[in-house]
Design a protein around this ligand. Sequence first.
Ligand SMILES: Cc1cc2nc3c(=O)[nH]c(=O)nc-3n(C[C@H](O)[C@H](O)[C@H](O)COP(=O)(O)OP(=O)(O)OC[C@H]3O[C@@H](n4cnc5c(N)ncnc54)[C@H](O)[C@@H]3O)c2cc1C
Length: 384
Amino acid sequence: MASSPMSTIDAHTAIAGAWDVVVIGAGPAGAVAALGCARLGLRTLVVERSDFPRPKLCGGCLSALGLDTLDRLGLREALERPPAPLVRTIRFRVRGRTATAAAPPMRVIARDAFDTALLNAATRAGAHALIPCSARVDSDGVVALRAGSGDLELRPGAVIDAAGLRGARPARDDDSAPRAGAHVGFGATFASDAIDLPMGELVMAAARGGYVGLVRLPDGRLNAAAAASASMARAHGGPAGAARAIAADAGLDPDLLPERGWTGAPSLTRARPAQEGPVLRVGDAGAFVEPITGEGMSWALATGAAVAEHAARLAADPSAPPTWPAAHRAVLGARLGRCSLVARALRRPSAPHLALRALGAAPGVRDRLVARLAGAPRPRRRVA
Ligand SMILES: Cc1cc2nc3c(=O)[nH]c(=O)nc-3n(C[C@H](O)[C@H](O)[C@H](O)COP(=O)(O)OP(=O)(O)OC[C@H]3O[C@@H](n4cnc5c(N)ncnc54)[C@H](O)[C@@H]3O)c2cc1C
C-alpha cells in the first residue's frame, strides 16, 4: 500500500514514536480532535484508512452548531474552497404536494474538499497523519495498526475513536444491537441538468418507509442522500430502487435519480459508551441518530472540539477519573433526545399523513416547525 501525499509520517517512524494521543479516523470528528490535541501541545497521531480526498456518504448540509464550532476554532477556511452556499429554502414533497419553508442557518459542503481542509488544518497545527492505515483499538487502549508493511502495535496515553458509524473497536457480544427498525442510509452524487434545483435549495421528498434529500453541491453536481427502513430497501432491490420509489411516492419523477452509483451505510441509529478506559469516542463512533435533521457533522465537530482536554488529562495521568462521558452528554444530550424523537416519529406508518398536515400549516408556523426540527434555538419572547 503506497503512502498518501496527505501522510506526514511513515509507519515505521510512527511505531517508534511516543504518542500522547492516537486518533483513529480523519473525518470531521477525528480531524478536529487531532487539531485540538496538537494545539494543546500533545504528541498526536491521526490514522485514516482511506486515501484523501475520499468520498463520504452524506447529505452535505452543515447546521448552525457546526458553523459555530468552525468559527470558534478559526476554521472558516474549510467553507471557502469551494465556497459553501447558504441553504435558503427547503422544498418538501409528500404525496404529490409541495410546500416550502425558510431554511434554518445551514451551508452545503462537498465532503471530499471539506474533510481534506480540516485534516490539513490538523497537520498544520502539528498533528501527524498516517494514511492509508486501518486501526483497531481494544478496551485497554492498545492500538493495532494495519499499514503497508503488516501489523504494528501502539500504546499511546489516550485513544480517540473517530472511526465513524462502525467505530474502531472490534464488535463484542455485549454490544447493543442497532435499534429495531433503525433506518439504513444511502446516497449518490451525480451530474444532472434535468433537475430544476438551484443552489441554496434543499428538496426533501418523504414517503412511507423513508425519505430522500437533494441539494446542489458547490461544484454543481447533485447530491442525493436517503434513509429508509431496511425492509423497504430490500423490497425495492437496494438503494437505487428504494430512492426512486420514495421519489415516485412523493410526486417526483423517479427517472431523475440515477440507477447506479449509490453507496450505503450501516444501520444509522446507534450509541456506544463515550469512554471505555483510555478510549474516548467522538462523532458517529459515539452516537448518531438519523440524517433527517442534518446534524451528524455538527455533532462530530462539536464532540471532536470538546474532547482534547479530556485526552490531555488521560495522557498526563492514566488513572484520571473518566470525565468525557459527562462532557459528551453536556455537548449532545438534548440534541440526541430531540433527534431520537424525530427519528422514531418518522418511522411510524402515519408519518407521511402527519407531514401532510404540517405542510398545510401557515408559512410562518411551518418555518418555526422546521427551525425547531433542526435544533435552532427558540426565539426569545419579548417582555412587554
Ligand atoms: C445518508 C446520510 C445523510 C447524511 N446527511 C447529513 C447532513 O446533511 N448533514 C450532516 O451534518 N450530517 C449528515 N450525515 C451524517 C454525517 O455524514 C456523519 O455524522 C459525519 O460524517 C460523522 O463524522 P465522523 O467524523 O464521526 O465520521 P466519518 O465522517 O464517517 O469519518 C470517519 C473516518 O474514519 C475512517 N475509518 C473508519 N474506520 C477506520 C479504521 N478502522 N481505521 C482507520 N480509519 C477508519 C473512515 O475512512 C472515515 O474517513 C448523513 C449521514 C448519512 C448516512
